[in-house]
Design a protein around this ligand. Sequence first.
Ligand code: AMP
Length: 111
Amino acid sequence: MTTIFDKILSGEIPCDEVFSDEKCLAFKDITPQAPIHILIIPRKPIQSLKQIKDEDQELLGHLLLKGTEIASSLGLESWRTVINTGEEAGQTVFHLHIHIIGGRKLKWPPG
Ligand code: AMP
C-alpha cells in the first residue's frame, strides 16, 4: 500500500527536509507537537516495527544514529524518540517512522 511517506520519498509530495542520505529521509512533522518535531523514515518500505527482520538491524541502528545527529544539530539537549506501532499505539502512517520531539518540557507518561 502506498502511504503519504512513500509519496514524499518519491518527490510526489513536498516535505520540509532536514536530512537525507541513501538509507533515510528526515523532515519536519506537518503537525508539530513541540517546537522541534522531526520524522525520520527509511527509504525501504517497512510498514512498522512489526515487519522488521534480522536484515534490518543495521538500518534501524542507522535511523537512531541519525536521530541523535539531527537532534544535536538542532541544538537539543533533551528530546524524546517515539515509534508508534499499530493503530492503538497511535500509528496513523504505515511506513515506519521515528519521531524526534523536543524544545519544550515533555510530560511522562504519555497518554
Ligand atoms: P504516527 O501517528 O506515529 O503514525 O505519525 C505520523 C505523523 O506524520 C504525524 O505526526 C503527522 O503529523 C505526520 N504527517 C502526516 N502527513 C505528513 C506530511 N505530509 N508531512 C509531514 N508530516 C506528516
